[in-house]
Write a protein that binds this ligand. Sequence first.
Ligand SMILES: Nc1ncnc2c1ncn2[C@@H]1O[C@H](COP(=O)(O)OP(=O)(O)OP(=O)(O)O)[C@@H](O)[C@H]1O
Ligand SMILES: [Mg+2]
Length: 357
Amino acid sequence: MARIVLENLVKTFGAGVTAVAGVSLDIQDGEFMIFVGPSGCGKTTTLNMICGLEQPTSGQVIIGDRVVNDLEPGERHLGMVFQNLALFPHMTVFENIAFGLRVRKVPTADLNERVSRIAETFQITHLLAKKPAQCSGGEAQRVALARTTISSPDVLLLDEPLSSLDAKLRVEMRTELKRLHEQLRSTFVYVTHDQAEAMTMADRIAVMQGGRIQQLGTPLEIYRRPANLFVAGFFGMPTMNLISGRICDSDSPRFQSENLDLKLPAKAVPRTGTDRDVCIGVRSEHVLLGAQGAAGRVQLTEPLGDETLVFFDYGGPSQLVAKYRGDRTFNVGEAIVFDFDPKGVLVFDAEDETRLA
Ligand SMILES: Nc1ncnc2c1ncn2[C@@H]1O[C@H](COP(=O)(O)OP(=O)(O)OP(=O)(O)O)[C@@H](O)[C@H]1O
Ligand SMILES: [Mg+2]
């Protein structure tokens, strides 16, 4: 019904710019798919090719079982919330939201009931009588969301719909959108540069960079088993610790780097063997501050309430960070001892940056 298949989509602008460099993806009916990646990686361009605002340079867009490349946006029957949202300026917020239902001649009582319900969902009941120009950026975004979702489209395309909201509201709207998806069971294709949004809402995430999908997977697959250094560095707060060095000695494999010599668990040794240049990645929650291991010195602490980020120097090229959950306090300049939890050590190839183990 509302399965979306992208087949080797390419979009170039003029001679020099390749915005999308060959994207293939099979989005299931009812799936919550999130495109995430840094600014300029081709997210909006991909979404625009799905909805018909951009014509692919090559490749196909299939919605349901039809190739839609030659259909106008209006003929594709999709709901859209754009990055630059377009509300009708002369209509009130109420009428903006009700527009789709009026077009379909939904009876007034039903219409009023549905507008008031969706306005509650997006916390905009108090704005219903206002015009869009009298709304803040974040309020207008929620009006646009309400206007699009009220008609329960089979496919909903959303381009950074929460970008203008304050931090608290953004977290609340994440929950509301997830709930709405559960309710509607429509196919959601959602674009964001915010990894936390992607992690919390998606069934599957497509991580993009340079016009290509770097990895496709569930949030936890991507967090735990990043395909390459780019994905590893993009997900997680704080950013994963990355240390360049060498894996040596196949009998008792060790990772050696400036001021660091660690025994590696067998699991962390690439199938392709030892004696090679690598980069290891360890998330802050897998850096253990304790009684044994290598020596470091605290440079900075960031208490977050339930846990503390401890940034420390170990004599290598860059500092490391540990996420500490115990009761101990750490002072700047204090000597510490650290180790890596073996199950949290990832190994990447130093040259092509793909994950080896
Ligand atoms: N109409 C256009 N003409 C020329 N170049 C374009 C055009 N639209 C997009 N681009 C370029 O294509 C690339 C991808 O743009 P796109 O808007 O898809 O990025 P994005 O991932 O949505 O970024 P953001 O997070 O900033 O919205 C960028 O380098 C951009 O400059
Ligand atoms: Mg964009």
